[in-house]
Design a protein around this ligand. Structure first.
Ligand SMILES: Nc1nc2c(ncn2[C@@H]2O[C@H](COP(=O)(O)OP(=O)(O)OP(=O)(O)O)[C@@H](O)[C@H]2O)c(=O)[nH]1
Ligand SMILES: [Mg+2]
Length: 336
């Protein structure tokens, strides 16, 4: 029987019992573009009352192939050893699941996925908000309702989108590799502005010297940087997923980070800020979509684009005209 035929309280209670199949179906629903599906998911989410027993949302980003999944697999085993329930949400930058990721294979966390305490779910990003899927926020919350305590969100950073994951995570981990010129460009892109922890992975074999050099270079740049809003500076570790090096240190840094933000009451306020930011992005985007679905507005918008193309009007005046048209349109409708 479909869960949609069950009373919503029953669905919520099944989810709270950790039913992974139901969780997977609800995530599919959360990722659907249908309005009815969106409303259903928001009903589920709003019925659940968060307890003080907070979860940890950890964003993991970095260029394709630096070893994000391999490290998550190692970190994951450490976390479940501590008895924690772990959900891994991987965000695939392709427009559809079947087209796969850039490197074509997301099945590397095979061992971890066999564990009872683990739930792994890939999602297409559908090009929303850089590397983050629009459903990611709901997916995280659904996993939390299902009792998962640590939510790791893996996303491929492409260009400027790397930091997008920090809009849904409490802690953001950036992974790079030693000696890569592109990675060092990160200094310019300001990775240290948003990454809470930086890992130089593949620090094994002949890479160790390159990794150490990169770490020292990054460290000296960080030394010159002012403290960030949270009074912290990014920290750097050398790791090897292949040789299981640095994993315990990563866990310690994660534990320390969360202890610190909990002690300072930062966790709840950061999540609230993120929620407000999401609300603002969402309503603006949806109102815009709705507006352009109105036939008259759509026609006016196309007319103005034609006028800009034929250089009969500039973008500024076109924007003013469109706004005036929209306001008049709604005034008309109200008075009818
Ligand atoms: N030498 C070495 N190779 C590694 C290490 N970690 C990962 N690799 C290899 O690097 C390749 C990519 O690893 P993944 O874990 O899939 O990297 P990823 O960042 O998740 O890749 P995408 O999700 O496709 O962006 C694989 O062939 C891994 O075996 C490491 O610590 N050392
Ligand atoms: Mg991966």
């Amino acid at each position: 029987m479909s869960y949609r035929n069950l009373p919503i309280d029953q669905v919520l209670s099944l989810l709270q019992q950790g039913d992974k199949q139901l969780l997977a179906r609800l995530i599919t629903c959360a990722e659907s573009n249908k309005k009815s599906d969106q409303i259903y998911i928001s009903e589920i989410l709003s019925k659940f009352k968060y307890s003080a027993n907070m979860t940890r949302r950890i964003g993991i980003t970095g260029s394709p192939g630096v070893g994000k999944s391999s490290l998550i697999e190692k970190i994951g085993f450490e976390l479940i050893k501590q008895g924690r329930k772990l959900a891994v949400l991987t965000i695939d930058p392709s427009s559809s699941l079947t087209r796969g990721s850039i490197l074509g294979d997301k099945t590397r966390m095979v061992e971890l996925s066999k564990e009872d305490l683990v739930f792994i779910r890939p999602s297409p990003s559908k090009n929303h908000l850089g590397g983050i899927s629009e459903g990611t926020r709901s997916n995280i919350q659904l996993c939390e309702i299902a009792g998962f305590q640590d939510i790791l969100i893996e996303t491929v950073g492409i260009g400027q989108s790397e930091h997008e994951v920090s809009s849904v995570s409490d802690m953001t981990i950036w992974i790079g590799i030693g000696g890569a010129g592109d990675e060092l460009q990160g200094i310019k892109r300001g990775i240290m502005e948003w990454a809470d922890l930086m890992l130089i992975n593949k620090s094994d074999g002949s890479n160790i010297a390159k990794s150490t050099k990169t770490k020292n270079e990054l460290q000296s740049v960080i030394g010159f940087m002012p403290f960030r809003k949270n009074n912290k500076k990014a920290e750097i570790l050398l790791t090897s997923a292949l040789e299981n090096q640095g994993i315990e240190e990563i866990i310690k840094k994660i534990d320390f980070f969360f202890q610190d933000i909990l002690n300072n009451n930062k966790l709840i306020s950061t999540r609230l800020d993120q929620e407000i930011q999401f609300f603002n992005q969402k309503w603006q985007k949806e109102i815009l979509q709705e507006l352009l679905l109105q036939k008259e507005i759509h026609i006016k918008h196309s007319e103005l684009i034609n006028l800009i193309e034929s250089k009969k009007i500039d973008a500024n005046s076109a924007s003013i005209q469109l706004q005036e048209f929209i306001f008049a349109h709604f005034k008309d409708r109200k008075s009818k």
